[in-house]
Design a protein. Structure first.
Length: 134
């Protein structure tokens, strides 16, 4: 269809839309975890046990919550974009392992999908409408 072929002209707008929506969602995922304090951090960080790390659960949980919150903000503005997306992909990998082992594949599918989206975004870059624009 000829009318849809011109949508390729809006790639950077599409990337901005994806970045903004994912960024807002991850701020909404991460901030309540930060605000939850050490007990919340300990629960989140316990997921690291799935990769053999059985110490510092509060520390790891805080880092995951900070990655989700700050990473979401960095996605929106497009600053330090590739490191942020790779850190978010790692957090989603750990979340997928946790959900898979505790609840099964259907529960793990959402973080798996988001992990691959973040890897894809790391390969593509933030686009023209970002602080990191080149």
């Amino acid at each position: 269809m000829a009318i849809l072929s011109t949508l390729g002209n809006y790639r950077n707008t599409g990337l901005l839309l994806i970045r903004a929506v994912l960024g807002i969602m991850f701020i909404m995922y991460g901030y309540p975890k930060i605000a939850g304090g050490p007990e919340m951090w300990k629960g989140v960080g316990a997921a690291m046990g799935n990769v053999g790390i059985t110490f510092g659960h509060s520390f790891w949980g805080f880092l995951a919550a900070l990655t989700e919150t700050l990473g979401g903000f960095l996605l929106i503005i497009g600053f330090a974009f590739r490191p942020a997306t790779l850190l978010l992909a790692f957090v989603m990998f750990i979340a997928a392992l946790f959900h898979y082992k505790t609840e099964g594949f259907m529960s793990a599918s959402h973080p798996i999908e988001l992990g691959f989206i973040f890897i894809g975004l790391a390969l593509i870059g933030p686009g023209k409408y970002s602080v990191d624009k080149r």
